[in-house]
Every structure is written in C-alpha cells, then in structure tokens.
Design a protein around this ligand. Sequence first.
Ligand SMILES: [Zn+2]
Length: 314
Amino acid sequence: MPGEPNLTIESDPRSDDLVQPFQIDPFALRGRLVRLGPSVDRILSQHDYPEPVAAILGEAIALAVLLAGALKYDGIFTLQTKSDGPVRLIVADVSTEGAVRGYAQYDRERLDSVSPPAGSSPSVPDLIGSGYIAFTVDQGEHTERYQGIVELIGATLAECAQHYFRQSEQIQAGIKLSVARSGDDGAWRAGGLMLQRVPPEGGYTVIADDVEDGWRRAMVLMSSATPAELVDPELSPHRLLFRLFHDEGVRVYQTHPIEARCRCSSERIGRILRSFPADDIEELHKDKVISVTCEFCNTRYEFAGEDFAPLASA
Ligand SMILES: [Zn+2]
C-alpha cells in the first residue's frame, strides 16, 4: 500500500469517524489515529448512562477501533472487559467494514460511591475493578476464533491495552485515548492514537541504536498530544499528525470510515429465541407478547408468543 510521500494539510476532506493509518520512516513505526464524532455520540446517546460509564465506554469504543485497525481480519473484532467493579461489563465491537457498537453494564449504587479527586476521571481500578480484558476476532462460521485475554492492569484502558501487548503479543505499543463532550449540544467525541513498533521485513536500514532512539522520540512526541487535541473537531487528523511527527518523516495512508451501526434485527433475535431449549420455548409460547431489547442499541423487538410453537414432544 503506497503512502503519500508528503503530508498535505490542505487535502483533509474528512475529519471525523475515521481511522487514519500512518507510518514513521525510517524506523518502521506504524500508527493509527482514530477520530470519532457522530458515531460515538450516537452509541452513547442511545443509552442513558451516567457520565463516567458513558466516558469509559467511549474510551473502549475508540480503543476497539484502534486495535481492530492493527489486524488483518474479515469479520468482527470485539473488546470486552469483565470485572468486579461498579462497571462490571463493557463490550465494543467493530466489523471490517467499520460498523461499530458497544454497551456497558453497571451497578448504579456502587457507581455513586466512586468519587475521584476533583478534576480527574475515575481510574480503571475504581470504575471497572479487578478482572480481565479480552480481545476476540471472529471471522464467521467454520473459522477459528482468535482470543487474547489478560488481567486488567493499569490506571486507564490505554494502559491495560499496552500491558496486553507486552504480555501476549510481545509487541511494543503506545496508546493514548481521550473522550469528551464538545460543542453547544455537548455531543460526545472520542479520539485515540496508537504507535506500534513493527520490524520491517528484511530488517532495518538504520543501526539499532537509532531505531531505539527513534522509538523513544516517537513515544515522547505521541505523549505530547493532549487529550483535548485528540478530540478537537477543529484540528484535522493530518494537522494533528503533522504537529506531532513532522520532523520524523510521517506518511499517511488512506483513511477508513467508521460508523455506528448495530447488527441486530428482528430476524436475528427471533432466531436466538428459537434456539432456546424446548422448555423455554414452551414458556415463550404462553406469553402474549415477548419483548426483547438489544443491549447494544436499545432497540426493542416484540414477538407474539404464539409464534413460538412448542416443539412436538416425543
Ligand atoms: Zn441492536
């Protein structure tokens, strides 16, 4: 995939709901910038989550989009946390086409007792607690599912993901995430930046010490991006990357669009209900109306109980 030789700030037609891949030569550092505007606002607005829950889910969605962009797959990439804290479950998934969705489960009473120091957002240990974060790639029936799972270690989701890379993939990666409300309407925005050290095929063309220096310098530059910059709608992706890495020889590649889209449908949910054990089907049949709400997008589906005919018993 040829990159553009020069980063042109003027040719930046789309600045929201996208993944912007980039590369820093000659150290073969691969990176991605994720910018989410209307997509993440739509997902978070479909639920009436308390502010800290919406914010952490927004971060998880940005993280899922960042990580999915690092993989070559055809299907669904899912990020999931399962833990003992006030937010006991977070799920965010992304399809190869760029359809993203997510939801969280939480305990309101326990959430109310979380009080971070003024001006800061609650940490992963406070909000999510102890548990695991899992990454799954599902490429459909008849293919092997890939799953990576590690303990949640870190103060932020970005740190937890970095820990995952060190532990499971033995890859050096730097990740930054940001979520905020912006504009008069307080719409949610999310952003993420990821840098990965991927040794090029055939080895480096520069000496090892320079590679180390290049990596360290890029990490310092990356960490100089402020949370506000990552979600600033006025700061285009090219402009942000130029600001951070222009001295390092950054090259940008074609962007991938992201949109909020759930995969639920009446047919799909009906199929799940029909796959229940015979006893449950019998119970469903007795109900006049069966209503099922999709946890991802909050869409309510109603079925007539009589449509679920009890299976003929032997
Ligand atoms: Zn749905």
